[in-house]
Design a protein around this ligand. Structure first.
Ligand SMILES: *Cc1c(COP(=O)(O)O)cnc(C)c1O
Length: 211
């Protein structure tokens, strides 16, 4: 994994293994990779059952409320908290098992209709809802930026970093702003320059996915 050498030590790499076979995951596992990302609940659970227990599974896709229960006991970090309704479902499903879910708030920083995530102006309501939870801990922010050129990428990454830093200065129940998840194969270098401390890389590690 050539990309591994290009990622600074203080930046975490989630290897996005969606659509790829378990054999490829084992190859990365064998050279030390432990964090893997999936965007479909069934696929994550099926792969987890076949693979070593010390893998940390990241859920990075759009999460439907009716699928939350399958993530209980199976996920290390949910990157895609995108509505209060979903928050409440996570709270209740993890609560049933007396567990705590670690999540990132996904912000739709480019305000694209095709993408999920909350708008910036919805952050305060989301934060108030999280503060009332007993079974959810927010660890940071995740964004998927719009397609664009380097200058546009940089704009969205730095805007997200600003929001992250502003929240970090405040104190909330159940929220510690530690993880800034942004950057994928085509833009991770810019994301890191702009302050990402977790990047999610798929095709750059495993090759292009079939549509
Ligand atoms: C697929 C996916 C990635 C990885 O994309 P690549 O361009 O293959 O690196 C990262 N984040 C999310 C949310 C994804 O769905």
């Amino acid at each position: 994994m050539k990309i591994l050498n290009e990622i600074p030590n203080d930046v975490n790499l989630v290897a996005v293994s969606k659509t790829k076979p378990v054999e490829m995951i084992i190859e990365s596992y064998n050279i030390g990779q432990r964090d893997f990302g999936e965007n479909k609940v069934q696929e994550l659970v099926a792969k987890k059952e076949m693979l070593p227990e010390d893998i940390r599974w990241h859920f990075i896709g759009k999460l439907q409320t009716n699928k939350v229960k399958y993530l209980v006991n199976n996920v290390y970090l949910i990157h895609s908290l995108s509505s209060i309704k979903l928050l409440e479902k996570i709270e209740s499903e993890f609560g049933k098992n007396n567990l705590c879910a670690n999540v990132l708030i996904q912000i739709n920083i480019g305000r694209e209709e095709s993408k999920s995530g909350i708008y910036e102006e919805e952050l305060e309501d989301m934060i108030s809802a999280v503060e009332k939870c007993k079974h959810v801990k927010v660890k940071g922010i995740m964004v998927i930026i719009p397609k664009g050129n380097e200058e546009e990428n940089r704009y969205y990454f730095s805007r997200t970093k600003q929001i992250f830093d502003q929240l970090k200065e405040r104190e909330f129940e159940n929220i510690s702003m530690k993880i800034l998840s942004m950057g994928m194969t085509n833009d991770y270098k810019i994301a890191i320059q702009e302050g990402a401390n977790l990047v999610r890389i798929g095709s750059g590690i495993f090759g292009l996915r079939e549509k």
